[in-house]
Design a protein around this ligand. Structure first.
Ligand code: Q9C
Ligand code: ZN
Length: 351
């Protein structure tokens, strides 16, 4: 399989994230990308190349998965942050105030003019710093996802979009969980636009794919499935329960498989088989796998206990679905091992 990589990922390098009243070092660091790249050089899967996607194509696909006002906000956010206080060039931007539902709903129909207040309206946590280069890095990453999907739509068995920041927590009009633009949704929508009638997204990141679920929640043409830590105890907490099944025309086309903190490989792979049954039953024409490696036993912020060798098995099992498949790079914060685990999964798929 080809790997479409984002050389501009490095433009997104935040320093600290808010965690329980303190600023702590970011988990989502540029070295994650380097470890995957190095492992791909050691165990090649195919060509490694940059995407060639025009700005027009990219704008069109982004507009079909995110709202216009959200994209406008992200594009201008850094300039606004610095305009608010010139000293802000030294600090990453984080939200500090959020809308809460009241008797009028959320009233985000009338966005505040104040930048900090507007930022809170588009964010769901304070652990996702926005830097001077976040927009460009995320945008170029979305181009990788689009290129990978185009390659698969043109007949490739599989393709890998290697980029950061990750994407699966980004919704139609919100960022959070280290994600700004939803790369997996971009891949799924690209496959739809290229004529694949039914696309399945099977999210294997430790955290529920709340962004992807929200983007496709009312649509029957994209089946969204997520295997993740139970939101009762695990991030992102407010979405990802088993009773979320889709709505309207999308009813029955979202499947959540939450598993308890501490879950090991045997129950995890049973959930994967259940997910693959749903993909088969849906008669999907293509598969998108938001590939998080934070299910690993050594992950510093997650709670499953998968081992490096398990990722090879997962890759094989995914290949058994016998569908054209796009992989996007999502979480995985045991930095030294993330390359081996990612390439184990991809090689397991390919071999
Ligand atoms: N101190 C992805 O895996 N923070 N996002 C948890 C850690 C949020 C994970 C608290 C985790 C987001 C793409
Ligand atoms: Zn994750």
């Amino acid at each position: 399989m080809k790997t479409f990589y984002n050389p501009d990922h490095i433009l997104h390098a935040a320093r600290q994230e808010m965690f329980r009243g303190r600023m702590v070092a970011c988990h989502e660091v540029p070295a994650r990308f380097d470890f995957v790249m190095r492992e791909l050089e050691r165990r090649p899967l195919g060509k490694v190349l940059q995407p060639s996607i025009s700005d027009i194509e990219l704008d069109a696909i982004l507009a079909s998965v995110h709202s216009e006002r959200y994209l406008n906000f992200l594009e201008g956010a850094w300039a606004e942050w610095v305009a608010m206080d010139p000293a802000n060039v030294e600090r990453d931007a984080l939200p500090s105030v959020w809308p809460m539902p009241n008797r009028h709903g959320f009233r985000t129909d009338r966005l505040p003019e104040n930048f900090a207040a507007r930022m809170g309206a588009f964010a769901f946590d304070s652990g996702c710093p926005l830097t001077a280069g976040s927009w460009t890095a995320a945008r170029k990453g979305a181009a990788c996802a689009m290129a990978a999907a185009q390659d698969v739509a043109a007949g490739a068995r599989s393709a890998f979009a290697l980029t950061r920041p990750p994407g699966h927590h980004a919704g139609p009009d919100f960022f959070g969980g280290y994600c700004f633009l939803n790369n997996a949704a971009v891949a799924a929508q690209t496959l739809r636009d290229k004529g694949v009638e039914r696309v399945a997204v099977l999210d294997v990141d430790y955290h529920h794919g709340n962004g992807t679920q929200t983007i496709f929640y009312e649509r029957p043409d994209v089946l969204t499935i997520s295997i993740h830590g139970d939101p009762l105890t695990e991030y992102p907490y407010y979405l990802g329960h088993a009773d979320e099944r889709g709505a309207g025309a999308g009813e029955g086309f979202n499947l959540n498989l939450p598993l308890a903190h501490g879950t090991g490989f045997m129950p995890w792979i049973r959930a994967l088989d259940q997910a693959l049954d749903a993909v088969h039953h849906y008669k999907a024409g293509a598969l998108v796998v938001p590939m998080g490696l934070d299910t690993f036993e050594g992950d510093p912020i997650s709670g499953f206990t998968l081992k490096s060798g398990d990722y090879t098995t997962i890759g094989r099992r995914l290949a058994d679905a016998d569908l054209p498949t796009v992989f996007t790079f999502e979480g995985g914060y045991a930095v030294d091992e993330v390359g081996v685990n990612a390439v184990n999964l991809l090689a397991g798929f390919q071999n």
